[in-house]
Structures are given as C-alpha cells and as structure tokens.
Design a protein around this ligand. Structure first.
Ligand SMILES: [Zn+2]
Length: 183
C-alpha cells in the first residue's frame, strides 16, 4: 500500500515537473508564433518582457488594444509556478502603459484561452462613446466575423497603428519596463 502511494506521489510530481518545465508546445499556434523571428508583424510588436510579449491587437476601434502572451506554454496561471508573479506584473505594467497613452474610460482585462489555450491577456481599453461599452467586446467581435463592414469598423482606430505602438514603446522605455535581453 505504501509502495503504491509512493508510486502515485512520484507520478504526480513528475507530471507537475513536466508542466513547469514545458516551454513550448509544437502543436500550439501561439508557441509557433513565439519562435524566432516572432510570428507577429514586427511593426505590431510593442515590447518583449522577460516572461511575455506585448503585441498591438487587430481591433483598434478599442484604441491601444494589446495582447500579452506568456513566453512559456501554460494553459492556467497555476502552471506558471514561480514565474506567475512576474507574468502578472508585466500585464499590469502594460495595462498602465495603455492607460497612460490612451486614457480609456475603463480597461477590460481578459484571460480566456477557450480558442487558443496558451496564457494570453486581452487588454481592451473601453470608451464612453462606444454604444456597447457596458458589455464585453466579444458580442461585437463575433458580428465582425460575418460582416466585413463591421470588421473594418472594429479594426480602425482613431490613432494610426504605428503611432500607437510608438507611444506604448516610448512610455514603457521611459518608465523602465523590464525587457528581455536580445538573444
Ligand atoms: Zn503554447
């Protein structure tokens, strides 16, 4: 019995160790995008934090909308172990940058992963002039899937994409955001 319990405990430890050490999953679309060079357009790359990358997202009706993608493959925060606090701090730093650069009425922080189960934050700045401001963005974004006019509306912001990226980079640099050394 004791041998059985010991064996089970060892198996659990090995399972956890596997999760904690897993950096990339070859079957995961975000892991493939995180390869070098990154799969996102260079012009959309906002910042490379030690534990995550910040990318300007497609839906710039929400001016300054960014994705923050964990550098290592994990599906839940509980799998990040000792990296979790740093990952959360990087998200908060990016949120602060978006707030400072674009002064949204409110930021929405979403960590979903239903479609791509690799930890990534959606940081959506919300505006008082958005008629749907009281709802999550996903109702409008679902409509954009089937409606090209709606898609263009939601992809178009009041600030050019290049300027949004430049503003965010400048704020992060000026405020000493942690940055992963170039490899
Ligand atoms: Zn992944």
């Amino acid at each position: 019995m004791i041998a059985l319990l010991t064996k089970r405990r060892t198996s659990l430890l090995l399972t956890n160790r596997y999760h904690f050490s897993m950096i990339r999953d070859p079957n995961c679309p975000f892991c493939r995008k995180l390869a070098t060079p990154p799969g996102w357009p260079a012009d959309d790359m906002v910042w490379t934090f030690p534990h995550s990358v910040a990318v300007l997202g497609p839906w710039q009706f929400y001016t300054g909308y960014c994705l923050l993608v964990s550098d290592r493959h994990a599906t839940e925060l509980s799998q990040l172990g000792s990296d979790r606090a740093a990952f959360l701090a990087e998200m908060a730093t990016l949120a602060e940058a978006i707030g400072a650069c674009f002064q949204p009425h409110k930021l929405n922080y979403e960590l979903l992963g239903n479609q791509v189960p690799h930890l990534h934050w959606h940081l959506f700045p919300r505006s008082v002039v958005d008629p749907a401001r009281l709802r999550p963005v996903w109702f409008d974004l679902d409509r954009a899937d089937a409606d090209p006019v709606e898609k263009e509306r939601l992809e178009t912001g009041t600030v050019p994409r290049s300027e949004s990226v430049a503003r965010l980079r400048a704020w992060l640099r000026a405020n000493g955001a942690p940055e992963r050394p170039a490899q």
